[in-house]
Design a protein around this ligand. Structure first.
Ligand SMILES: *Cc1c(COP(=O)(O)O)cnc(C)c1O
Length: 363
């Protein structure tokens, strides 16, 4: 009997946020009453301008998209003041991580990540039979000195998520700039900026590309731009690295509707500002609520918060029965914690009410 490659048997599994419809079916709940705070989606939804662009593009869905992504790449390039050749589109920025594996990882190579790093980095390393060097964390965030020390002669990729998921921590801009400038030439620094829009003082990482060719910056439309369902993100890289990433992608990886919606989303600064404001307000409310309940939490720089609730899996399940979906964190070796996305006002209130009930039941 034909069997898959042996390394797949030991592949770590990614446990995504539970979909609303699935939870509703399983628990016999009304999907309209379920609150999903599990995947760091935008509480305001997509930009109305993006929705209009999607409707318009839908009528042309029988046509293949521009495989070169000209209009969207030109818009992104202008935003970052880079030539278009340095922009690579992806079916969600997660796909860039996979491209990096295809283009840079051979069996026996290694990648460097921080403890509590985003799970996909290690999964992609395993797919390409590379090893994972995990540097210890500092206060649940990246310890850049430890990450530097974890780089070996076989290190090809060094991942820094800023802010980091699932911890919500951020590295100070000056420290990140120093770390990137000191990156040895044989390794590629990959800065995952999925939540960059929520930072108060972001480092202008795309600008560093001019002096550091061994840098990749990843961005997505899934979070602050509210287009997670469309699967669209991008990478910024030196011309040589970008050319390698272009080689390994499928010709139409960024679909027609997504390309048009993403371009419209970039043109809706007001929606982005409203999103950032709503997230800052909801995050402050949840921080204060956790403080009032004497629950330990990691102060967040993103649109989700890691909070210590006792038995995380049990509280996750108790919340689920009450129609609130969050994320258990045992997969990240944080069994006492859950991660909750900052939602709209009513969602945050519903979450806190259910959390109180779940904690009372568990006591
Ligand atoms: C959500 C997220 C992404 C982006 O995922 P998409 O594939 O663009 O939806 C990337 N990195 C991290 C750390 C994330 O949390």
């Amino acid at each position: 009997m034909i069997s898959p490659c042996p390394h797949l048997a030991r592949l770590p599994v990614y446990e995504p946020g539970r979909p609303i419809e699935e939870v509703a079916r399983e628990l016999g709940l009304d999907p309209a009453r379920i609150v999903k705070l599990a995947s760091n989606e935008n509480p305001l939804g997509p930009s109305p301008k993006a929705v209009a662009a999607m409707r318009k593009a839908a009528a042309r869905a029988h046509l293949y998209p521009d495989g070169n992504g000209f209009l969207l790449r030109r818009t992104i390039a202008a935003k970052h003041r880079l030539p278009m050749e340095q922009v690579v589109l992806a079916n969600g920025s997660n796909e860039i991580i996979e491209f990096l594996g295809h283009a840079f990882l051979s069996p026996g190579d290694d990648i460097v990540v921080s403890r509590y790093a985003f799970a996909i980095y290690a999964i992609v390393a395993h797919l390409f039979r590379a090893r994972v060097n995990e540097a210890p964390a500092r206060a649940y965030g990246h310890n850049l000195e430890a990450m530097r020390a974890a780089i070996t002669p076989r290190t090809r990729l060094v991942f820094v998520a800023n802010p980091n998921n699932p911890t919500g921590t951020a590295v100070p801009p000056a420290a990140l700039a120093r770390f990137l400038r000191a990156m040895p030439a044989h390794a590629l620094a990959v800065v995952d900026e999925a939540y960059q829009e929520f930072l108060d003082r972001p480092l202008d990482t795309p600008r560093l590309l001019a002096e550091k060719p061994n840098l990749v910056v990843m961005r997505t439309f899934s979070k602050a731009h509210g287009l997670a369902g469309l699967r669209i993100g991008y990478g910024l890289a030196s011309p040589a690295v970008a050319a390698a990433l272009q080689k390994v992608r499928q010709p139409f990886n960024a679909n027609l509707v997504a390309q048009n919606a993403a371009r419209a989303a970039l043109g809706d600064a007001a929606h982005l500002r409203a999103t950032i404001r709503a997230v800052a307000e909801g995050r402050a409310l949840l921080h204060a609520a956790f403080r009032a309940r004497k629950l330990e939490f990691v102060p967040s720089h993103a649109n989700f918060i890691l909070v210590r609730v006792g038995d995380g899996r049990k509280i996750f399940e108790a919340l689920l029965r009450r129609g609130v979906i969050v994320r258990p964190m045992d997969g990240y070796r944080l069994p006492e914690w859950i991660r909750v996305t900052v939602g709209a006002r009513a969602e945050n209130r519903a979450f806190l009410k259910s959390l109180d009930a779940a904690l009372a039941d568990a006591a």
